[in-house]
Design a binder for this molecule. Structure first.
Ligand SMILES: Nc1ncnc2c1ncn2[C@@H]1O[C@H](COP(=O)(O)OP(=O)(O)OP(=O)(O)O)[C@@H](O)[C@H]1O
Length: 977
């Protein structure tokens, strides 16, 4: 027998160990209601893998299948059932000739145990072993009364399951289900992988470009590093040498300047000395001049006395004889001639002196008027600067003339809380970049910095309440710096004309660093507008740029520039005022020097005017004397010529001697005065020469000072450049100059410089570079390749599953159709045997869809015209179902069938037909039949009677037919005897 034995213990009502031995084809199980017959079926299904407590007619828990005890028996802790199969026909796919399957369950810990041939295993192993045999918890092996009665009323689709089971396609269906599930999962995985691949593909292209760019950058940078070190070393060396030359030059210039200062001082002293000496000479000349005037007056007096004397002589002569008179005239003529000649010479000398004085005076006047013009000019400039100073001072006193709000808040600062100040007061730009910072700040220079937002709100309320104007407030608590990116810094520092980032050009209390960095942190300062345009281009028009002249290239490229009436703003005013004060000081020095010179010139002019007047007076005096002498000489000459002889002598020798002495003195004084004048002129010339030298030296010193200043500017520039280069060595290459020197290569520096510039250009042209791009690209590419191969694997797996499903579908269609036809072939004969005539036929509801079609059955019992199965009686429906069941058993041999009261609904005649037909299968299948019907019992080879005594425990014993009928019929009385 296929099922050789069942061993049960503790299973449901079989509390004690019960062994059912099967030795014949048809074994009947009989017994009264509730004695435990169906528990045997349950035991078989339980071992074959049933997990549903409902289907096992157990309670809510599987442990309810363990014997629960009764009034007289205690519950047991373990349920254990073993099925022993004969496998000599190898119904099980196993080399063993006997298969023993055991399932047990312990109540204590709900622990389940599964065994095949006593070897522990999993439930799945049992299901797998059983699946291909046609046995199984849902198989056709176990048919209950319920199965039979529901067959006719079932939907065609439900009915189909029976045929699937018969055709053995259930396992394919299950496998297909698993495959479909797998396919779904594979497709889901594929979709997921595809989504990731799509996403990665989207990243891959730009990343490839970035990686290429970064590699290019690394290449350029690598080359740059190789040659730029040498270039930097060369630049530093050159700059160093230049600086040394410059310092030497500056030292010499400063030394010369100092020595010129000393010379100038000496010259000034000399000029001072000379001026006092000239003053003394002037006084000497004046004294001599006075003496001269006195002498001249005395001389004139003597002259007058002489004239009087001569008149007296003339009178005497008129009294004397003619000879005497002649001699007298002759003598007078000689005197007159002498005097005439003498006065003439004097007159001419005086005239020449006067003319010389005139010329000198005119020269001085010209110089004077030129000097006056220069002084006026200097005065105008001074006044102009002084005016500018006043205006600037006024503006500084009222810096927010046009910002009413700022004015109001500043005025009320003491009564408001947390007013830190106006941006223009808090930030102080350096001289050079003041205009640039002013432009960079724009209107924000009038923003008022407050400690926090509450302070700003309070100030705004104050302005509103007092209608004090509007103002913008910048609370420190929300103020955050804005900075350029590292890339922008690098590009900016390499751009021609780069000065600095604006926040580095202004100083402030560290408290306001955030304000400074917020307003100026991302503004770039460049020297000229051309360079600013270039810088903007290189920075992709993303940065605001200002020039030293205050022009702006805004982010985006728009430009602001030009010049208004005033360039001043509070931010530049302080510096402007300092510059104006310096200019005023310089102009003051210049103006007072010019005024000194003017005073000197005026003094000289006055002196010369005086001298000139004096000379003119003298000339007039001497001219009159000269004219008198001339006339006298002419008259005497005429008179004498009338005498042939000389007349009496009338003379005053003493007067003549006095006069001649006087004349000699006057001549002496004249000579002295002339000498002094010449000396004075020499001194003047000398002073002028010295002043010329002073002017020359001053000019030279001013030029030298300018050169020194320029040299110092150059020096600062070189030092800054040097610092820059050293910083670059340090930051870009982490090298000291000394180490870099040791790394310097022997290359052509000029060509290298060109190359460095070109490389910088190329690097700039690359724009922003992501240095991690190559690594990121590699990683993502690797991931992409991996996922692509995953995708291929999944596609192949999917294709394999689809192919397997296709094959399974094909097998199922074939097997199902074959089995369906076979059953159909059997059905008519079985039906006729069961109904004693008539006919029956199975049909597919949708023959086109064999895999899903429902199954209908057309039946026509003998003598009836009704075909609709629903309209038949319960017994007829059961007989139809049994006919189909038998047809199936005909078409497909089952190794084991368990019928649980399947014939319960049949009448006696039909039970007999049923039982008779059962014997058709003898030798082919093993039957275990649970029954109450004697007709069926008669056909059984062996009969087991199941009884249950008061203790609620099922007992089993082999019985004879007679006993079996008794047991069944004596259900109401006591069971077996
Ligand atoms: N865990 C259990 N412990 C003890 N007895 C149990 C347990 N489970 C079920 N039983 C008993 O098993 C009996 C039911 O057995 P079963 O359904 O096999 O009877 P039957 O012989 O098939 O009856 P019928 O002829 O009416 O179908 C009941 O008396 C029930 O109390």
């Amino acid at each position: 027998m296929f099922l050789k034995r069942i061993e049960m213990q503790g299973f449901k009502s079989f509390a004690d160990k019960t062994v059912i031995q099967f030795d014949h084809d048809i074994t009947g199980i009989v017994g009264p209601n509730g004695c435990g017959k169906s528990n045997i079926n349950d035991a078989i299904r339980w071992v074959l893998g049933e997990q549903s407590t409902k289907s096992l007619r157990s309670g809510s828990s599987m442990s309810d299948i363990i014997f629960a005890g009764s009034q007289e028996r205690k519950p047991v802790n373990l349920a254990k059932v073993t099925l022993v199969f004969d496998n000599t026909a190898h119904v099980f796919d196993s080399p063993f000739e006997e298969i023993e399957i055991t399932r047990q369950l312990s109540r204590a810990n709900n622990e389940a145990g599964y065994f095949i041939n006593k070897t522990p295993c999993r439930l799945k192993d049992i299901s797998d072993l059983v699946m291909d045999t046609g046995l199984g918890k849902d198989s056709l092996n176990i048919i209950t009364q319920g199965n039979i009665s529901s067959f006719a009323d079932a939907k065609p689709e439900e009915r189909r399951l029976l045929f699937e089971e018969a055709a053995g396609v259930a396992k394919y269906k299950k496998r297909k289900q698993i495959s479909l599930h797998k396919l779904d999962r594979t497709k889901e995985n594929l979709d997921r992988v595809q989504d990731i691949i799509d996403e990665i593909e989207r990243q891959l292209k730009p990343l490839a470009r970035q990686a290429k760019k970064a590699n290019q950058y690394f290449e350029y940078h690598e080359e740059l590093s190789r040659i730029e070190i040498s270039v930097l070393v060369d630049e530093i060396t050159t700059l160093h040498a230049r600086l040394q030359d410059l310092e030497r030059e500056l030292f010499e210039k400063r030394a010369k300047y100092t020595s010129q200062e000393t010379t100038l001082q000496k010259l000034d002293e000399q000029i001072q000395g000379l001026r006092s000496s000239m003053y003394q000479t002037d006084r000497d000349v004046n004294a001599l001049q006075e003496q001269y005037t006195q002498k001249m007056e005395e001389s004139m007096r003597l002259e007058r006395r002489k004239i009087e004397l001569d008149e007296k002589r003339k009178y005497a002569m008129r009294q004397a004889d003619r000879q005497q008179r002649k001699a007298e005239v002759q003598k007078m003529l000689a005197e007159a001639q002498y005097e005439y000649n003498d006065r003439k010479a004097r007159f001419e000398q005086a005239r020449a002196d006067y003319e010389t004085s005139n010329q000198a005076l005119s020269a001085v006047r010209t110089r004077l008027s030129r000097k006056e013009y220069e002084v006026n000019q200097a005065e105008d400039i001074y006044r102009d600067i002084a005016n500018r100073k006043t205006v600037a001072e006024n503006m500084l006193r009222q810096p927010y003339q046009h910002q009413a709000g700022v004015r109001s808040v500043t005025a009320a600062k003491a009564s408001l809380h947390g007013i830190e100040g106006v941006v223009s007061e808090l930030l102080v730009p350096d001289d050079k970049t003041a205009l640039a910072i002013q432009a960079a700040l724009g209107g924000s220079m009038y923003q008022i910095v407050t400690a926090d937002e509450a302070d700003a709100r309070q100030a705004i309320r104050f302005l509103k309440r007092n209608r004090g104007g509007r103002a913008t407030f910048l609370p420190l608590t929300v103020c955050k710096g804005r900075y350029p990116s590292d890339g922008q810094r690098l590009i900016a520092s390499e751009t021609p004309g780069y000065i600095a980032w604006a926040n580095d050009c202004a100083a402030c209390d560290p408290r306001y660093d955030a304000v400074k960095d917020r307003l100026l942190g991302n503004v770039l300062v460049i020297d000229t507008l051309e360079h600013a345009n270039e810088a903007a281009k290189r920075l992709n028009y993303r940065v605001k740029i200002v020039t030293l002249d205050g022009e702006i290239v805004h982010a985006g490229g728009s430009m602001t520039g030009g010049r208004g009436r005033s360039q001043s703003s509070p931010i530049t005013l302080r510096k402007e005022l300092e510059t104006i004060e310096r200019q005023l000081q310089e102009q003051e020095t210049k103006r007072s020097a010019l005024q000194d010179e003017l005073t000197d010139l005026r003094n000289e002019n006055n002196r010369m005017e005086q001298e000139n007047v004096q000379l003119r007076v003298e000339l007039a005096k001497i001219e009159s004397v000269y004219q008198a002498k001339k006339e006298k000489y002419a008259s005497l000459k005429g008179e004498y010529e009338q005498f042939n002889e000389s007349d009496a002598k009338l003379q005053d020798d003493e007067l003549v001697v006095q006069m001649s002495k006087m004349h000699a003195e006057i001549d002496g004084l004249t000579a002295k005065i002339q000498n002094q004048r010449k000396h004075r002129m020499d001194q003047g010339t000398q002073a002028e020469e010295l002043e010329n030298r002073v002017r020359l030296i001053r000019r030279e010193m001013s030029a030298a000072s300018q050169e020194i200043h320029e040299g110092e500017v150059k020096q600062t520039k070189y030092r800054t450049q040097l610092e820059n280069y050293l910083t670059r060595l340090n930051t870009d290459y982490q090298m000291t100059f000394e180490y870099a020197q040791s790394q310097k290569q022997d290359i052509e520096i000029e060509a290298a410089k060109d190359r460095v510039a070109l490389l910088h250009e190329k690097i700039n042209a690359l724009g922003s570079v992501n240095p991690d791009a190559p690594k990121q690209y590699e990683e993502i590419k690797e991931r992409y390749d991996y996922l692509t191969s995953q995708k291929e694997d999944l596609e192949q797996a999917g294709a394999r599953i689809e192919q397997a499903i296709k094959e399974m579908d094909h097998t199922m269609v074939t097997q199902f159709t074959d089995m369906f036809n076979k059953i159909n072939d059997q059905l008519d004969g079985v039906f006729k045997a069961m109904f004693g005539g008539g006919r029956a036929h199975l049909k597919m509801v949708d023959p086109e869809d064999v895999l899903n079609t429902g199954i209908d059955i057309d039946v026509q019992p003998p003598g009836k015209t009704v075909k609709n199965i629903q309209t038949f009686s319960g017994g007829e429906k059961a007989l139809i179902a049994i006919s189909v069941l038998f047809s199936i058993l005909q078409a497909r041999t089952m190794p084991l069938c368990i019928f649980d009261e399947v014939e319960a609904a049949l009448d006696q005649a039909n039970v007999e037909r049923f039982a008779k037909y059962l014997s058709h299968f003898k030798g082919k299948s093993q039957f275990i039949v649970v029954t109450h019907r004697p007709g069926t019992m008669e056909q059984c080879d062996t009969l087991y009677g199941v009884t249950m005594q008061q203790d609620g425990v099922s007992q089993l014993l082999k019985v004879q037919l007679k006993d079996a009928v008794n047991i069944t019929e004596g259900e109401q009385n006591d069971g077996i005897s």
